[in-house]
Design a protein around this ligand. Sequence first.
Ligand SMILES: NC(=O)c1ccc[n+]([C@@H]2O[C@H](COP(=O)([O-])OP(=O)(O)OC[C@H]3O[C@@H](n4cnc5c(N)ncnc54)[C@H](OP(=O)(O)O)[C@@H]3O)[C@@H](O)[C@H]2O)c1
Length: 234
Amino acid sequence: MKKRPYIICLMMTSVDGKILSAKWGNSPRIKSLLINFEKAHDTFKVGAWIVGRTTMEKDFTKGLKPILKKGHGEKSRLDFIADAKAKSFAIAIDAHAKLGWKKPLMHGDHVITILTEKVPDAYLAHLKDIGVSYIFAGKKEIDLRIALEKLYSLFGIRKLMLEGGGHINGSFLNEGLIDEYHQLILPIADGSIETSTVFEIQPKVKKGGATLLKLKQVKKIANDVVWLKYKIGN
Ligand SMILES: NC(=O)c1ccc[n+]([C@@H]2O[C@H](COP(=O)([O-])OP(=O)(O)OC[C@H]3O[C@@H](n4cnc5c(N)ncnc54)[C@H](OP(=O)(O)O)[C@@H]3O)[C@@H](O)[C@H]2O)c1
């Protein structure tokens, strides 16, 4: 494999490993616990973060539908770097162009979206108009390794925060693409059967058994939150 960014996965969970914080209510106590995620994120000082399509849609673009440009021409399937000088990046994996974008920044970070070649020309035309960068990482399905190699070579991204949800984390884990895992365990018991955990991998694609981790640090931080740090791989 060519060079790729070092991947640090950061997640916040209940004691039973569940990740859907929206289900935990919005009492002041819960809200004060949830703040720990952003605080922890900031301590890494890594200028690039990546999330799955669902997380980007639910938590960031707030359900905005894809915008298609009218009267566009045919668009090549060449990668588009809209801002070569950007220093921080918000990255989405969106194989089927389901995310809507109105501006090229998310929380001040330059947006890069990772697409397959089968997305509509009109979608690409709109992204170009508004200055969202895009890269292609497969014809019909995303090849995560290609995506990561391009983030490294085209944007100079050396370290990347992988921040959920469970399905994108599961895809990275399944491909052996996580180097460090950090888990903030909140003093909450979720207890629901149907909600996602940190790593969700479809049985039909799952490779091998469980992944072994090496514990590097255990810290108790504010409000009874435990911060675990693991290394994965060699
Ligand atoms: N507690 C935490 O720390 C934390 C952090 C982040 C998110 N969350 C929560 O997690 C929830 C979302 O989690 P989720 O597991 O449902 O969704 P997700 O992982 O955010 O996104 C899943 C989607 O990403 C795309 N995807 C995943 N693997 C892919 C691959 N290998 N190739 C191409 N596309 C791939 C697919 O999009 P398509 O369907 O378009 O193909 C898939 O449906 C949200 O409610 C969010 O709030 C919690």
